[in-house]
Write a protein that binds this ligand. Structure first.
Ligand code: PRP
Length: 183
């Protein structure tokens, strides 16, 4: 789905498909440099990170393992509920390995702060975060992702994995959702 297919639902397109791919390529180059020769495990946070994981992993030139976790932090609305629970745990043993959590957005920071500490307790060599988007104004937890695509304003964004009531995840671009959709 392209932004033009849902133009009436969007206030604006923040990042086009081409901009997203270009930024992911830059992030991948940094990651390739930093993890050269290391045993790298990418941990995608379902479901929103599917697109970032697919494109970021393919932009990397080294061997890696992909694994997934599903945690629940949001209800069906636009606000964080403050609740994190594991819906699906890793299959991989990460002890002694370098873990890079891959997500599409850090909003309050609650999910990834909790996840970083949870994975950190499993004896990995390192745990870092790569996120495509971050909302600095919404941050409630002190977390420092090693790789950030862009900082964005505290607005409701959809597309490229980001949903509103499960819709718009398959939008190729990232856009600001019109308040008329969720109010
Ligand atoms: C999103 C996103 C992050 C989290 C960020 O997932 O993928 O994991 O919210 O929010 P936070 O910084 O306020 O914790 P969500 O819970 O919406 O699930 P989804 O990936 O299935 O859409």
């Amino acid at each position: 789905m392209h932004a033009s297919d849902v133009a009436d639902d969007l206030v604006e397109v923040l990042f086009t498909e081409a901009q997203i791919q270009a930024r992911l390529a830059e992030m991948a180059a940094e990651i390739d440099r930093d993890y050269e020769g290391k045993d790298l495990v990418l941990v995608g946070v379902l479901r929103g990170a599917v697109m970032v994981m697919a494109d970021l992993s393919r932009a990397l030139t080294q061997h890696l393992e992909m694994d997934w976790m599903a945690v629940s932090s949001y209800g069906s609305g636009t606000k964080s509920s403050g609740v994190v629970r594991i819906l699906k745990d890793l299959d991989a043993d990460i002890a002694g390995r370098h873990v890079l959590i891959v997500d599409e957005i850090i909003d309050t920071g609650l999910t990834l702060s909790w996840l970083t500490s949870n994975l950190g307790s499993r004896g990995p060599a390192s745990v870092e975060i790569a996120t495509l988007l971050r909302k600095p104004e919404a941050l409630q937890m002190p977390i420092t992702p090693k790789y950030v695509g862009w900082d964005i304003p505290n607005e409701f964004v959809v597309g490229y994995g980001l949903d509103y009531r499960e819709r718009y995840r398959n939008l190729r671009d990232i856009g600001t959702l019109s308040p008329k959709i969720y109010s």
